[in-house]
Design a protein around this ligand. Structure first.
Ligand SMILES: [Ca+2]
Length: 466
């Protein structure tokens, strides 16, 4: 081979290397998060449910990775979502509880501080289209909504689907479905409730289709399977009850989204995470775990999680290492060619070595903190878990947390107690203020109440008065 030919080949090789990296730079992966409300660890086929038919999630797990020790940072809605969006423990961003209740209520003056940097804002900065389709629950005042926090597109309910006049315990306003920051329609009855999964799925697929030529973040926090429950007629007809019908409709939704991604030939460029915002509410299952929604036991925090990215995440694999919803922000940021913010403490860590199935990859966390009632309630370090009440469990030998062995292992209990103390101190030092507005009002009025009084924040009035 002559000198000229060699030089030519060498420069061609160089050009293709440049082209490949330019392509990666231009086209980082898409991200989809399907975030179910109140679904437990034992509610889907890949995690052992025999009751619910979840063929699409079964296939997703066969083609992807099952994470058996994936945690949310709180066992209830608002704090769990705050952690997912910011990559931080909820108390760090002031959202470990709402101002008047364990979660935010309609018209509360608090919400996600606009100065927090959400996953959507990080990705938007890198040229991503960002869409949120479903239940937000991080504040309903100006500055707190998805469209104020990095999402170009929003379609969904601003808080829980039980915060409506159908629940008589509180004087709730009508339940609005928002498009952007505007009210699109009101959820009037159970038939409207039944449509929510289908509508959010359709809007998500519309968004994916529209943005198929650029990178996107598609966040789908379903209102299902939170009470009150009703599914569309097809699912109601084939399931034993409304709870099973909702689980199966959520499975359908995941299947529709995955199929849309395949049909658009985006499957090699898209990571999809399926998980839940906290442990099981009534009628749902924590499988082998102790505790439910609201609890500091494993059932409250450990959620059924599947990661899917054909050709990149190894098919049919299982990861038992500890990982958390807070890790998605730094992991996505890295894959998008950037990094988590460095001007503040971020609790999440890059879990790409776990997701991509690197041999021998270990959890980046030597500790994970659990909550109950908005307060720090437990810590896990390795296989050990200590509750703030002094109970010690070994999760490897005793997954159902049935035997308190604090007396047999005082040195382990002391080691974990030190982690709890360190966390309290460290968060006290590095916590950031919750978002606040001076004067708040609900997005829509209470039915039948005239004038400004109809917009009073739910928790500022007592039922029966006025
Ligand atoms: Ca929830």
């Amino acid at each position: 081979m002559g000198f000229k030919m060699r030089t030519l080949l060498a420069s061609l090789a160089l050009i293709s290397v440049i082209q490949i990296s330019a392509l990666a730079e231009e086209r980082p992966p898409n991200f989809v998060i399907i975030f179910i409300d109140d679904m437990g660890y034992g509610d889907i086929g890949p995690f052992g449910s025999k009751k619910n038919a979840t063929p699409h999630l079964d296939r997703m797990a066969e083609e992807g990775l099952k994470l058996t020790s994936f945690y949310v940072a709180s066992p209830v809605c608002t704090p769990s979502r705050a952690a997912l969006m910011t990559g931080c423990y909820p108390q760090r961003v002031g959202l470990n509880r709402g101002p008047g209740h364990i979660v935010l209520f309609p018209g509360d003056a608090s919400g996600l501080n606009p100065s927090e940097i959400t996953m959507a804002e990080i990705l938007k900065e890198k040229g991503y289209a960002t869409g949120c389709f479903g239940k937000w629950h991080l504040g309903d005042q100006p500055g707190f909504l998805p469209t104020d926090n990095g999402f170009d597109t929003y379609y969904g309910i601003p808080y829980s689907n039980d915060m409506w006049p159908g629940l008589k315990r509180w004087p709730f306003p009508d339940l609005p479905v928002l498009e952007g920051s505007k009210v699109k329609y009101l959820v009037k009855d159970m038939d409207d409730q039944a449509e929510l999964c289908k509508r959010f799925t359709e809007e998500a697929i519309k968004f994916i289709t529209k943005n198929k030529d650029k990178p996107f973040l598609c966040y789908v926090p379903h209102a299902f399977v939170h009470w009150p429950r009703k599914a569309t007629p097809k699912f109601m007809a084939q399931a034993a009850n409304e709870t099973e019908a909702q689980v199966e409709e959520v499975d359908w939704s995941a299947g529709q989204i995955l199929q849309a991604i395949r049909d658009l030939k985006l499957d090699k460029h898209t990571m999809v995470i399926f998980t839940s915002d906290n442990g099981p509410a009534g009628g749902l299952s924590a499988g082998p775990l102790r505790g439910r929604k609201g609890s500091q036991f494993e059932g409250g925090h450990r959620v059924p999680t599947v990661a899917w990215w054909p050709g990149t995440i190894p098919a049919g694999s299982v990861c038992n290492e500890m990982a958390t919803s807070m890790d998605l922000l730094p992991t996505f940021a890295k894959l998008a060619g950037t990094a988590a913010p460095t001007d503040r403490v971020i609790d999440g860590k890059d879990i790409w070595p776990l997701l991509s199935g690197q041999k021998g990859a270990k959890t980046p966390h030597d500790r994970f903190f659990y909550q109950q009632g908005g307060n720090l309630a437990a810590v896990r370090g390795g296989d050990w878990k200590l509750l703030t009440n002094g109970q010690l469990f070994n999760l490897k030998d005793d997954l159902p947390e049935s035997k308190n062995i604090a007396n047999q292992h005082p040195e382990k209990a002391a080691e974990l107690k030190k982690m709890l103390d360190e966390f309290r101190k460290e968060v006290e030092k590095n916590k950031r203020p919750v978002g606040k507005v001076e004067k708040s009002r609900t997005l829509v009025p209470r039915p039948g109440v005239e004038g400004e009084e109809g917009y009073l924040p739910t928790l500022s009035i007592r039922k029966g008065k006025k």
